[in-house]
Design a protein around this ligand. Structure first.
Ligand SMILES: Cc1ncc(COP(=O)(O)O)c(C=O)c1O
Length: 386
């Protein structure tokens, strides 16, 4: 068998570099080709909030697959309607419109297009360290230079302000601004929790100038931070909300949620062939029902709270700072994250990085208390504090 990470790997670019080949998953466990079991502390990149192959989602997919896989969005479909109504039912009443696509970056593209069209303005204000995806519009809102530079020129009229500085919007958000796009907690940028003051200042700047406020909750949404949506922590409600990752329990999906008032101002068209197909909507409906029934946001809050002191006691000789909320944590090291990730992997725990020096923990919200405690203990050992 060829080495999946070797020179003959068919994977393009940096994908598929790990030497582990995962073949099966169960809850927070992932199993490799040799039968070795790992605990997922982030290997599913925040998609597996309900764990790997959650039984309720698998059952819904099986049933829907036998009925109808695909339907153009021009036709009504009861599963899609039910899914959208269920999603909107979890959100404040001002949200009543959803555009469905297939990924986080597409959800962001739709938000940018909707904001530009609805306001008739060109400018988008995003944040330093922000990450919004890799298609050209979403990439223009993304901050990291090395992700952007090879593809320049990007879309014009995107500017970036300091994250968590409430004064950063002054003089930047103006009558030419269509959209202020922020992650309530920055994920890829190293796990930085947005302060309520900062998010309130963004809302005020938008209200003052007529710009729309967009929260990118692709990573933070659906229970991850201990609330169903991270914006609930601050109480600041946006005009546009992007979701993806765990929304359909593991199947590809993106959603851009907005208000009827914004939709009424939208000119032009936007569309996706696969977006909102019945299979994904059946999965999404089952995933939302499971999230609510199993009180997974509450579970993330309590597991996260218990982890806080544990993570805060990691040794300052190797750990510069620990930041997080719910089951979304970033452990910023004084040195590179790669050796710590390798040490975790050797102990049976799969975590990921955010940038070169941050170990990021995004476990499934269904992780058992003992697996979570084991992961934290393994991390403490790996950074030299166990
Ligand atoms: C906040 C945020 N927005 C957008 C994206 C892009 O999502 P996708 O990889 O599904 O296109 C990500 C992916 O990590 C993300 O974290």
């Amino acid at each position: 068998m060829s080495d999946p990470a070797g020179p003959r790997s068919p994977e393009f670019g940096e994908l598929g570099r790990s030497r582990i080949s995962i073949v099966r998953g169960e809850g927070a466990h992932l199993v490799d080709a040799t039968g070795r079991r790992y605990v997922d502390l982030g290997a599913t990149h925040g998609v597996g909030n309900l764990g790997a192959s959650p039984p309720t989602v698998v059952a819904a997919v099986r049933e829907q697959a036998g009925q109808l896989l695909h339907l153009g969005s021009g036709y009504a479909n009861p599963v899609r309607t039910e899914f959208l109504e269920r999603l909107l039912g979890l959100l404040p009443p001002r949200f009543s419109k959803v555009f469905l696509s297939n990924s986080g970056t597409e959800a962001v593209e739709a938000a940018i297009k909707i904001a530009r069209s609805a306001t008739g303005r060109p400018k988008v204000v995003a944040a330093r360290r922000g990450f919004h995806g890799r298609t050209l519009g979403a990439l223009s809102a993304t901050w990291r230079r090395e992700l952007r530079e090879p593809f320049e020129p990007l879309v014009p009229e995107f500017v970036h302000v300091a994250y968590n500085d409430p004064a950063a919007f002054d003089g930047v958000v103006d009558e030419r601004t269509a959209l202020v796009l922020l992650e309530p907690v920055q994920g890829e940028g190293g796990v930085h929790v947005g302060s309520s003051e900062f998010l309130r200042a963004a809302r005020a700047a938008c209200d003052r100038t007529g710009a729309l406020l967009g929260f990118d909750e692709v990573q933070t949404g659906l229970g991850r931070t201990g609330r169903r949506f991270a914006f609930e922590h601050s109480g600041v409600v946006p005009d546009l909300l992007t979701l993806a990752k765990s929304l359909a329990g593991g199947l590809p999906i993106g959603a851009t949620v907005t208000t009827a008032e914004v939709e009424a101002r939208f000119r032009g068209s936007h569309h996706s062939t696969f977006g909102g197909n019945p299979l994904v909507c059946a999965a999404g409906l089952a995933a939302l029902e499971t999230l609510v029934r199993e009180r997974l946001a509450e579970r993330a809050a309590s597991l996260g709270e218990a982890a806080g002191p544990r993570l805060a006691s990691l040794p300052p000789e190797t750990v510069r700072e620990v930041r997080g909320l719910g089951l979304m944590w970033g452990v910023e090291l004084r040195d590179r994250a790669a050796p710590v990730l390798a040490a975790l992997e050797a102990r049976g725990y799969l975590a990921i990085s955010a940038g070169s020096t941050v170990v990021r923990l995004l476990p499934p919200l269904v992780i058992s208390e003992s697996d979570w405690a084991g992961g934290l203990a393994a991390l403490a050992e790996a950074v030299g504090g166990g």
